[in-house]
Design a protein around this ligand. Structure first.
Ligand code: FES
Ligand code: FES
Length: 157
């Protein structure tokens, strides 16, 4: 089985995987990073979202061999920790955005990408930015509020 050198959350990791193995499997099974979740496995729900070179990607359909040399992968664990959450993670906590929590990894990672591109998004831009991330518990309002809070804007949703 081929060996890959990958950079995850600022650390160099050596992993063994088939070239077409999804990055998600490598992160969860070999790097023991369980922030990214397996939802649909088809690129449709967003639960597995990570950043590759700062851009949100669906790790369930991203082959590990597609990572360019020196590509930087960031997972939820790379944004912050339970003890030291990032401001965005803290906003999700403050707005009690999680119900079962399964979608929240994807929501946070997608929102982090959005806020990097649009630091003060309108409510419509937040909804559009997260439209392809599914939440079966229906906590969308609280998720939108969390992103508004994280962007330092009034919470209106
Ligand atoms: S698990 Fe990757 S998009 Fe659903
Ligand atoms: S909080 Fe349960 S799926 Fe979103």
């Amino acid at each position: 089985m081929p060996t890959f050198q990958i950079q995850v959350n600022g650390r160099r990791r050596q992993v063994q995987a088939d070239a077409d193995s999804p990055l998600l499997y490598v992160l969860r099974d070999q790097c023991e990073l369980h922030g990214p979740k397996f939802g649909c496995g088809l690129g449709q729900c967003g639960a597995c979202t990570v950043h590759v070179d700062g851009q949100a990607m669906r790790a369930c359909v991203y082959p590990v061999s597609a990572l360019g040399s020196g590509a930087q992968v960031t997972t939820l664990e790379g944004l912050g920790s339970s003890a030291r959450p990032s401001p965005l993670q803290q906003a999700f906590i403050d707005e009690q955005a999680a119900q079962c929590g399964y979608c929240i990894n994807g929501m946070v990672m997608q929102a982090a990408d959005l806020l990097k591109r649009i630091p003060k998004p309108t409510e419509a831009q937040i909804r559009e930015g997260l439209a392809m991330n599914l939440c079966r518990c229906g906590t969308h309002q609280r998720i939108v509020r969390a992103v508004q809070r994280a962007s330092g804007q009034p919470v209106t949703a």
